[in-house]
Design a protein around this ligand. Sequence first.
Ligand code: HEM
Length: 563
Amino acid sequence: MAGVLDSLSPKLLEDGRVLGVTIIAILAITILLRRISQRFSSDYQFWKSQPWAGIRSELFSGTRAYFRSFFTVRDMVENGYHSYSTSRKAFVLPVFGGKPWIVLPKSSAKDLISRSDSELSSDDIHIEQLQVNYTLGPKGVHLMRVPLQFDVLRRQLTRKLPLLTGAVYDELDKGFKQYWGTDTTNWVEVEAFPTCLKLVTRAANRVFAGEEICRNEDFLEHSKQYTQGTVFASMALRLIPKVLRPLASPILLLHNNQHFRVCARICVPVVQERIRNTKAKQTDESFEWEPPVDALQWLVEECINTEDPKELDPVLITRRLLLLNMVAIHTTSISITHAILNVNTFEHSEQVIASLREECNRLLGENNGVWTKAALNDALRLDSTIKESMRCDDLEPFSTGRMVVHPNGIDIETSTESSLHVPHGVTLCLPSHGIHRDPEYYYSPLEFRPFRFSEPREVFLKSQKELPREQSSASDVQGSIKQTALDLKTTALVTTSDTYLAFGHGRHACPGRFFAAQEMKLMLAYVLQNYDIEKLSEKPPSTMLMGTNVPNEKAKIRVKRRA
Ligand code: HEM
């Protein structure tokens, strides 16, 4: 066997090298041709007239900035923010794998989020970024234009969160015991990010896909691979000229289609049974079956309500379920891993952990030892710690992306006195990374201060308790108390604003954030109450993948179950 391998290896290596060089050559020529064609495009004057971030005075400066953006887009946003955003000017951001984006100043936020979908679209960005017509099968665009899977988030998931808290906790309990262990005497080494990814996939799918699917290890693994494969394939496809994409996509998606088939094998029978039972229940109320409380069930009902038989294709419904996974899992697991690492590498971690544990114990004491939605709402310190971690370690350096879809372009306000005309097809966004670390909006912005958002709320609540009764019942005092309480509520994790953009802002702000916040708070509370984590001397450096701030895959932590 070894002999056969020995004789094959040099040839394989040689073939591999030739293939590698060919791919790189095709990519380089493609990118060069694209940049030349951009020079002669009708938008050229627009791009030329704008200030650019990341450009150095060197030969082929634009092309080199485009390549550099793969690793340094975050720094480019930061530099552009200081050079232009703070003076209320827009700037151009080179973005690897596509056209550049226009980064607007914060002063444009109000105008940006108030525009209708016929002027500025967020769907078109997802369709383009994910190359959905190739990566999501023949109905990829349909899945995004008729997003039944996302409608259930807005119509059902958030409303039903109180019913789901117990199920998510139950799944986290099982998952933590499996992935972090139950050893109360010895420290056990675990990989922080991969285990959080599994935990989030499992807990979220208890709510998305139900008990049966969420515990299937094959589903957990292949749905993860499917998401990662889709992101990778879409990035590669964007680098290839449009005419060649139909030829390249079957090769690029070979593995991904296999992952999809495994997920479909697991999900399709469950979906078929759900459709059968739901229809039977709709025709005969006495049919003995209780509809499960999960997103798959709401999705099936939503598909039946369309009265379009094509929507009842179980493979299509599986695709919708996997799309939910795609938007929900990595975002949440990256954010919660950062939070766990930030708490445990923070200079004053002992005091913070003690304070968080005190909050958890107090709230559980008031709620018969069970986490409920109401108890989680009162967990101000947990909420603030996660929010602060997401401010310091923002997932992406820009946010609230919208593509100009009005055929004549739009005039967008950059300040009260000036506006910018942006042509059709250009993508706009806000520099969240710069805003999140601007001392004008956050004192000591580079410091991780876990209770930054909860301290003012706790101080206010304490002052309310101490206010003499006759004073607190006066109507003008009550009015001002109500106003202060409302103002302070806007500092909650799920509240978006033009200075807190981790979940975007406006009509298209993340509709899953209420669920994500509940899941992350439960996870952090579970870790604090059930595990000790050996303090790390410093936070392992993150990996920056095209600006996405991914926790170090290899970073290990040592954990011990609390007795
Ligand atoms: C910590 C976790 C999460 C983060 C940081 C996050 C962040 C974001 C951001 C920045 C956007 C773009 C918003 C905008 O353009 O204004 C977004 C959109 C979206 N998110 Fe999340 N998200 C998270 C979790 C989730 C979860 C758990 C779900 C589903 C249950 C979800 C579903 C969606 C959907 C469907 C959209 C598209 C909304 C639209 O275009 O109208 N997200 N998310």
